[in-house]
Design a protein around this ligand. Structure first.
Ligand code: BGC
Length: 341
C-alpha cells in the first residue's frame, strides 16, 4: 500500500490544491484531488496485465476549472434535478440557484464539485475530505458538515464513505460522478460494455428530466438491464442515450450490489455496491469533444458511462418518494463501493 501526495495546481484565488495517489498491493492506482473530491484517474489491469486509466480525466488541474460535465467529481448538496429550483420544507419555501433552465442541477452554481475540501490522510490507504457547507449556500438550509472518506483496499475495492450532520433540516443526496470506459481508451464508445442493474423499476421523467412521480417497471423498455445486456443494444431506442434513474431492488440503507459491468475485449469488470436507494445511468450524452484526455483524445458523446448512486431525484418536491431529508441531531451515513476485476 502507498499514498503519495503532490501539488496539483492553484485556484484563481491562489489556494493550493493537491493530488493524492493511492496504490494497493496489486498496483491498482486511484488519484483524487481535494478540489471537488475529483477522481482524476483509476488505473486497473486488463486480462493480459496491461494497466490503463478507466475513468475520464483531464490533462492538468487548470482544465478542471471548467469541468462542466462533473468528470469524476463529488456532487451535492443534492444530486440530480430539483424542479423549478425550489422546495417547501416544514412550512417554509426555499429557493435554490437555477443552473439548468428553471431547474436546479447537482447542487447549483457552486456545488461540491467546485469546493476545495479539507484533507486528512487517515493511513496509507485512505484520505478523508471534509467541508462545512454554510447555511444558505446555493439556497439550502443549515450548516452542513460533510465528510467523504476514500479508501482503496487490497481487494481492489474503492470505497467512498459519506457522513453528514446539519443544524437545520435539509435535503441531501450525495454522489460521485465518475465517467467509466473499461477499455481504458476514450476514443472507443461504450456500446459493447455488458451491464447488469439490480433494478426492476425506474422513475420516468418529463422533457426536462424531472421525475413525473411514477415508479414504473423496466419490463419491455430499453431500461431492462436485469440481465447482462450491451449498453449499445437498445440505446437507439432512447432520444440521445441513457439518462435515467433506477430504483434499486433493496431497502434503502442496506449496502448491496447494484450494478455489474463487463468489457469483453479487455476483460475488465467492475461491480458497484451502494447503500443508497437509486442509481442514475448516464451515457455521456452531452459530451461534445470540448474536453480531452491527457493524450488529447476528445471526449465525445457515449465515450463513457456514469453509474451514480443517489437518492430519489426531486425528492424534496415529491411526497410520493422517500424524503431524503436530514434532520439536526441525526448522523447521515452512506456508502459507494467500486470493485475492480
Ligand atoms: C445527469 C445528466 C447531466 C450530467 C451532467 C448526469 O448526472 O443525469 O442529465 O447532463 O449529469 O454532467
Amino acid at each position: 500500500m502507498a499514498l503519495k501526495q503532490q501539488p496539483y495546481g492553484l485556484l484563481p484565488d491562489g489556494r493550493k490544491t493537491d493530488l493524492y495517489i493511492l496504490t494497493n498491493v496489486n498496483d491498482v492506482e486511484v488519484s483524487v484531488t481535494n478540489y471537488g473530491g475529483i477522481i482524476t484517474s483509476i488505473k486497473t489491469p486488463d486480462k493480459t496485465g496491461v494497466f490503463k486509466n478507466i475513468v475520464l480525466g483531464l490533462r492538468s488541474f487548470k482544465e478542471y476549472l471548467k469541468n462542466d460535465p462533473y468528470l469524476g467529481a463529488l456532487v451535492g448538496r443534492v444530486s440530480n434535478r430539483i424542479s423549478n429550483a425550489r422546495f417547501d420544507l416544514d412550512g417554509k419555501t426555499y429557493k435554490l440557484a437555477k443552473n439548468e433552465g428553471e431547474n436546479h442541477l447537482h447542487g447549483g452554481l457552486v456545488g461540491f464539485e467546485k469546493i476545495l475540501w479539507e484533507v486528512e490522510v487517515v493511513d496509507d490507504q485512505s484520505i478523508r475530505l471534509s467541508y462545512v457547507s454554510p447555511d444558505g449556500e446555493e439556497g439550502y438550509p443549515g450548516n452542513l458538515h460533510v465528510s467523504v472518506t476514500y479508501t482503496l483496499d487490497n481487494d481492489n475495492k474503492l470505497t467512498l464513505k459519506f457522513g453528514a450532520m446539519t443544524d437545520k433540516t435539509t435535503p441531501i443526496s450525495f454522489t460521485s460522478h465518475g465517467y467509466f470506459n473499461l477499455t481504458g481508451d476514450p476514443s472507443k464508445n461504450i456500446y459493447d460494455h455488458q451491464l447488469k442493474l439490480y433494478a426492476d423499476s425506474f422513475t420516468p421523467t418529463d422533457q426536462e428530466l424531472i421525475p413525473t412521480g411514477a415508479v414504473d417497471s423496466v419490463q419491455d423498455t430499453p431500461l431492462d438491464f436485469r440481465d447482462f445486456k450491451p449498453i449499445g443494444e437498445d440505446i437507439g431506442q432512447t432520444k440521445i442515450g441513457f439518462d435515467n434513474n433506477f430504483v434499486l431492488n433493496k431497502p434503502e440503507g442496506e449496502l448491496a450490489l447494484a450494478a455489474e459491468v463487463e468489457e469483453p475485449q479487455s476483460g475488465r469488470r467492475m461491480n458497484v455496491y451502494t447503500s443508497m436507494p437509486c442509481m442514475q445511468l448516464y451515457t455521456g450524452n452531452y459530451l461534445d469533444n470540448s474536453l480531452q484526455s491527457p493524450e488529447r483524445i476528445p471526449f465525445r458523446k457515449h465515450c463513457a458511462f456514469c453509474l451514480e448512486p443517489q437518492h430519489y431525484p426531486d425528492a424534496p418536491n415529491r411526497p410520493e418518494f422517500p424524503s431524503g431529508i436530514l434532520r439536526p441531531g441525526k448522523n447521515y451515513k452512506a456508502k459507494i463501493v467500486y470493485e475492480f476485476f
